[in-house]
Design a binder for this molecule. Structure first.
Ligand code: FAD
Length: 522
């Protein structure tokens, strides 16, 4: 039986959903997407998670197919600037810790290296590659280092082949212009058979049982369907405005509620292209710098209780410098939190209409990918979803967003920066989930590891919690006593090998710019 899916909204969420559903479910779904020509999409420079590669792989798209038309670049890490009282920077790479005699290099660093080398440089090869602006690939397209993990099974049926886990030990993400990606996927999705209607939805019709029956458009009349996907952004036209699903705000723990974005030009010939996102702590929040091929995306995520719109724009312009002159600022109000449930009756919210947290860890598009993969995993026949299926979907989605929420709180709460009223308040005024408070106590004594973070939180692995804690200066006082019983030589050798490998990669990989130029010339 063919399921009629109606998607309202044509931003990144709408077109990612349309493309994926057509690819995964083929003629079993009839997809219609309705998008307004005058209600703007969010469209700021975008940084992503490493799992996005799996999304494109699943669509059968090579990087050279889509990256040039979306101004795409690679992302190996997030570089955090000024997030602790010490100042300076550290990298949160996509690369995981290595394990030596059952203990990861983070634990060994506490014993052997803490007075010698910053932990990120000691434990990972990515920081050296970032500093030297290297590409993750050689010009012949081989990846610099690849270890296929047990999570990825290319033979499993979708979405279980790609369900957002990491495929390689050293994965990478992307930066791109999200509006251009939506255009690209619109062409791709319509070629696969998705129908596009450019029109405004004026009303949403419901059956007696509250299920949605149709959307009424201005010029094209009624569009009927079995399953409705709300991709209308922060408006939540179907899920919140029509079905009245409550929205749970996170501002008691994550107070940043506003952003201002600028798009200054960038001279790639003169400056090269950084293969990382930068998050720089400022007086009442933090600024992103996202390198696209022709320009940078810059923005300031801040809390409006501490800074007016005008003050935020002024601080961002001062941070960017002369390149910001003449650029028009885009001010954005952010709805931070999630729906109580993102699947209600026959409506599934995906994208900003489902949930959003500040983009500090680049999770917006990851939430979209995760929502779509789980939708396919729970796909109903017609409008006939069981309560159990909806419950299962909502549990998975809520766990994921709540896990990311706690991970973001860690960035502020564990940081010892307290030099402005905003940074002081992150320690003193904001509430903290009691379970996280307890875990912070544990992490004073032991590094976050897979046994003492919540494993049901999907998205960030234990190494990420350890990297952020140490980066913001929340470092365990002592190393594990157990390590004193082990021979330190293998760990010493592993640290030396890591340094040697970093140097080799820096001297053999092409620059990020050179690789992208080569890709675009093909
Ligand atoms: P939108 O882009 O808002 O699209 C909504 C769509 O709905 C539009 O097509 C609109 O026309 C349509 N629509 C609305 N009402 C109607 C109607 N009545 N009739 C017809 N159509 C309608 N994510 C990341 O992964 N990395 C980042 O670095 C990142 N940075 C961000 C920075 C900021 C400041 C913000 C706010 C978000 C950021 N995000 C980031 C999140 C990311 O931008 C969104 O997840 C992504 O763009 C998806 O948006 P969307 O498609 O859900 O909504």
């Amino acid at each position: 039986m063919t399921t009629r899916v109606v998607i309202v909204g044509g931003g990144t969420a709408g077109w990612m959903t349309a493309s994926y559903l057509k690819r995964a479910l083929k003629e079993n779904v009839e997809v219609t997407l309705v998008e307004s020509s005058h209600i703007k999409t969010v469209g700021v420079g975008e940084a992503t998670f490493s799992t996005l590669k799996l999304f494109f792989d699943f669509l059968g798209l090579k990087e050279s197919d889509w990256m040039p038309s979306c101004n795409g670049t690679y992302k190996l890490a997030i570089r955090y600037e000024n997030w602790s009282s010490k100042g300076g920077h550290f990298y949160h790479p996509f690369q995981r810790f290595e394990t030596i005699q059952g203990f990861n290099t983070g634990e060994w660093w506490l014993k052997l290296k803490r007075n010698e080398l910053p932990f990120d440089q000691a434990c990972f090869t990515i920081p050296a590659m970032c500093e030297a602006k290297r590409s993750p690939k050689f010009l012949d397209d081989t990846v610099f280092d690849e270890g296929v993990s047990a999570y990825f099974d290319p033979k499993a049926p979708p979405p279980n082949n790609v369900i957002a886990h990491h495929m390689v030990q050293y994965p990478y993400g992307y930066h791109f212009d999200a509006s251009l990606l939506a255009d690209f996927l619109m062409n791709y999705g319509t070629k696969l058979g998705a129908r596009r209607i450019v029109d405004d939805v004026l009303e949403v019709g419901q059956r007696e049982n509250g299920f949605i029956s149709h959307v009424l458009t201005k010029q094209n009349g009624r569009v009927e369907g079995d399953l409705f996907i709300d991709c209308t952004g922060f408006r939540g036209l179907l899920i919140n405005q029509t079905l009245k699903e409550p929205f749970i705000a996170f501002n008691d723990v994550l107070p940043n509620d506003s952003a201002v974005a600028l798009q200054p030009p960038w001279d790639v010939e003169a400056n090269g292209i950084r293969p990382y996102t930068t998050a720089t702590a400022l007086s009442a929040g933090w600024a992103w710098t996202i390198p696209l091929y022709h320009r940078n995306g810059n923005g300031y995520v801040y809390c409006s209780r501490y800074l007016s719109k005008e003050e935020a724009e002024k601080e961002l312009r001062a941070f960017i410098g002369p390149a910001a002159e003449g650029c028009t600022a885009n001010h954005i109000k952010m709805r931070v939190g999630r729906n109580h449930n993102s699947w209600v009756k026959n409506c599934v919210a995906i994208g900003l209409s489902s949930g959003f947290v500040e983009p500090l860890e680049s999770t917006g598009i990851f939430f979209i990918q995760h929502g779509i993969e789980e939708l396919v995993n729970h796909f109903p026949e017609g409008a006939d979803t069981s309560d159990g299926q909806r419950l299962s979907y909502n549990k998975v989605i809520n766990n994921c967003i709540d896990g990311v929420k706690q991970f973001l709180i860690l960035h502020y709460r564990a940081s010892d920066r307290a030099d402005t009223p905003y940074w002081k308040a992150t320690k003193t005024e904001l509430s903290i989930p009691p379970d996280l408070e307890e875990r912070l106590k544990i992490w004073r004594a032991r590094l976050p590891g897979h046994r003492n973070i919540y494993p049901s939180f999907h998205g960030f692995e234990a190494y990420s919690w350890a990297v952020i804690s140490m980066g913001v200066n929340y470092v365990p006082e002592n190393h594990l006593a157990l390590l004193d019983l082990l021979d330190p030589e293998p760990a010493k050798k592993a640290f030396a090998a890591l340094q040697e490998r970093s140097q080799r990669l820096v001297s053999t990989l092409p620059s990020h710019h050179e690789y992208l130029k080569h890709m675009r010339a093909r």
